[in-house]
Design a protein around this ligand. Structure first.
Ligand code: 6PG
Length: 260
């Protein structure tokens, strides 16, 4: 059992989004209580969309002090913010445009820029924003980083067999991902692993092989980069829907749907 790691199986995607929203709010409230600020890096892809839409509803949105919340991104595709592939676009449509968060609190990765410039600029934003705490921990320490899992075991834009996996000096890098035939910009593993809380959201039968390899297989991070995510001091929680959790047999806590 990896210390500080929790794996929870939910009946379906809706229950997964609900559980993720509850944990998001809890982490935000704890951060606010301690530092009057909450920093979160959003994930891209499709799975978190339901979570973002839920967070935008009054049930959850009113529990978060958006004025003291700073939204970042774990990774971005090298496309403009209105492009269908943009992670910012997805998060903005589902959440950001629907909550009272000050524009200056949303720190998007400039996908429209040259990828290397976007990475350099984003790293500078992190250096300036997290400057007050850098002396203590050395890298930005997010209160929460949301992550997904690709069917190939990638997370954020840390793809198998790429130099991105071995990057330990830079916090943000850009590179051409053969698999997606696109340039990507991503936080590197040291920054992700410095987070206070990491929440993986994984759903669908197509993720079974990756879930089994990452959570139950031998340590082969070059093949399954999500295995790199082992926070130094923080907690990592995997929220899986029933299909993705089938990879683990009955050795996972099943979170029953709350019956009214
Ligand atoms: C991205 C994400 C990526 C995603 C996984 C899972 O930019 O696409 O950062 O790591 O989380 O590919 O994506 P789905 O949620 O769409 O399955």
């Amino acid at each position: 059992m990896v210390p500080g790691r929790e794996i929870v199986a939910l009946p379906d995607r809706a229950a997964l989004a609900e559980q993720a929203a509850e944990r998001f709010v809890s982490i935000a409230r704890n951060a606010m209580a301690v530092r009057e600020m909450f920093t979160v890096a959003l994930s891209g892809g499709s799975t978190p969309r339901d979570l973002y839409a839920l967070l935008a509803t009054p049930k959850f949105s009113t529990q978060i002090q958006w004025t003291y919340t700073h939204v970042f991104f774990g990774d971005e595709r090298a496309v403009p913010p209105h492009h269908p592939d943009s992670n910012y676009r997805m998060a903005n449509e589902a959440l950001i445009s629907k909550i009272p968060i000050p524009q200056e609190n949303v720190h998007r990765i400039l996908g429209e820029s040259k990828p290397d410039d976007a990475a350099r600029v984003y790293e500078q934003i992190l250096r300036e924003f997290f400057a007050p705490t850098l002396s203590r921990v050395g890298v930005p320490r997010f209160d929460l980083i949301l992550l997904g899992l690709g069917a190939d075991g990638h997370t954020a834009s840390l793809f198998p067999h790429t130099p991105a996996l071995r990057e330990t000096a830079r916090w943000v890098i850009a590179y051409f991902v053969d698999e997606t035939k696109k340039n990507r910009i991503t936080l590197t593993a040291p920054v992700i692993n410095a987070a206070e809380n990491i929440l993986f959201l994984v759903a669908g039968a197509e993720k079974v092989q990756a879930v089994r390899a990452v959570l139950r297989g031998d340590y082969r991070p070059d093949d399954f980069p999500a295995q790199l995510i082992q926070p130094t001091q923080g907690r990592v929680v995997w929220l899986l829907d029933r299909e993705a959790a089938s990879a683990l047999g009955n050795k996972v806590r099943n979170q029953r749907k709350e019956h009214p």
